[in-house]
Ligand binder design. Structure first.
Ligand SMILES: Nc1nc2c(ncn2[C@@H]2O[C@H](COP(=O)(O)OP(=O)(O)OP(=O)(O)O)[C@@H](O)[C@H]2O)c(=O)[nH]1
Ligand SMILES: [Mg+2]
Length: 328
């Protein structure tokens, strides 16, 4: 168990080991279910036998890794046991790790953006998702990443529902030194995004990131509005949006998956950002997302700060999920 003396418990403390340390910290609650359960099992010096594999299965099922992947892993553990290839706990862990990485690898695809000098037109990222999942925050973090990578960035305040939403994205624009194209609350979202792409094109901006209002996937009118935003962008640049990023909140679990399916039916989602991994014990839902949606997971959100967006890397994620630090 973590103790108060653990430096990663203090939000102001620097990450224990850079980027991976932050991911590890974010996944602590999930790891407590999974890795700690497994470690406890092995620490009793138990013989690796069929009964122990049954217990491993229980732990896996309780961790949201999913029934299908659990079945595959458990069958493989039995197979390895038969062939005397499962000497100890660490051999079990290594087998699980291999399967988990393999399950995530197909969707761990980064968003390929040409380097700034090679961009002839703005690279347009349209950000969509249900209410409160972290769209605007993710845009702020994403702008920071692009700026750090040498890209000029513009933001479009396409969420025109509330004045507060426009203010929120303006704050992120200021933090990132990125201009924000906005209109009055209640304006047509498609018109704002259209204006923004015109402005970005005129100013030779490298990346335009457009916010949209949170919407329930069940509201057909609102989903049509997203299709309209896409259409008007296409009038300026037939290739735009180059990325339609669906933001999913990891804390919503299976419900988030249902939402995602509806979004992918309404707009052509090309990438996912899964937020709030730090706020859940169920980060295992990523395995279900990977399997059921088969859409590239571009990023994971590991906190509310400007730096708290990570590229999704399968091996890093699995390591952060399985590996325990001394004293944990
Ligand atoms: N812990 C944590 N909080 C996050 C993360 N991403 C976003 N949040 C928080 O989630 C809340 C909602 O974030 P927003 O970015 O406003 O969400 P949104 O999807 O734009 O919301 P609407 O525009 O109202 O639909 C805020 O309090 C964010 O700070 C994350 O990765 N981790
Ligand atoms: Mg928002």
């Amino acid at each position: 168990m973590p103790t108060a003396a653990d430096p990663s418990d203090r939000p102001e403390a620097p990450p224990r080991s850079g980027i991976l340390g932050r991911l590890r910290t974010a996944l602590r609650r999930t790891r407590e279910n999974l890795a700690s359960g497994l470690a406890e099992l092995f620490s009793r010096g138990r013989k690796i036998d069929a009964a122990l594999i049954d217990e491993v299965e229980e732990i896996l099922l309780g961790s949201d890794v999913g029934v299908d992947l659990t079945d595959v892993m458990v069958a493989d553990l039995h197979e390895r046991l038969k062939r005397n290839r499962l000497a100890d706990g660490s051999a079990v862990l290594e087998a699980l790790r291999e399967h988990m990485v393999q399950a995530l690898e197909p969707v761990a695809r980064h968003c390929e953006v040409p380097p700034p000098a090679a961009l002839k037109r703005p690279f347009v990222v349209l950000v969509v998702g249900v209410n409160g999942v972290g769209k605007t925050t993710t845009i702020g973090k994403l702008a920071h990443r692009y700026r750090a990578g040498g890209y000029s960035v513009m933001l479009a305040a396409g969420d025109t529902f509330r004045a507060a939403a426009i203010d929120q994205i303006k704050v992120w624009g200021e933090r990132n030194g990125a201009p924000v194209i906005a209109q009055q609350p209640g304006a047509d979202s498609a018109a704002v995004v259209f204006d923004a792409l015109q402005a970005a094109t005129a100013r030779s901006t490298n990346v335009l990131i457009a916010d949209t209002a949170g919407r329930l996937h069940t509201k057909t009118g609102l989903m049509d509005e997203l299709a309209k935003v896409r259409r008007v962008l296409g009038r300026i640049d037939p290739g735009a949006p180059h990325e339609t990023l669906l933001v999913l909140d990891a804390t919503t679990g299976q419900n988030g998956l249902a939402q995602a399916r509806r979004f992918t039916e309404a707009v052509r989602v090309t990438g996912l950002a899964v937020t709030k991994l730090d706020g859940t014990a169920r980060a295992g839902v990523l395995f279900a997302i990977a399997r059921e949606l088969a859409i590239p997971i571009r990023y994971v959100g590991v906190g509310e700060g400007i730096d708290d967006l990570r590229d999704f890397v399968a091996a890093d994620f699995v390591d952060a999920l399985l590996a325990r630090a001394p004293g944990e």
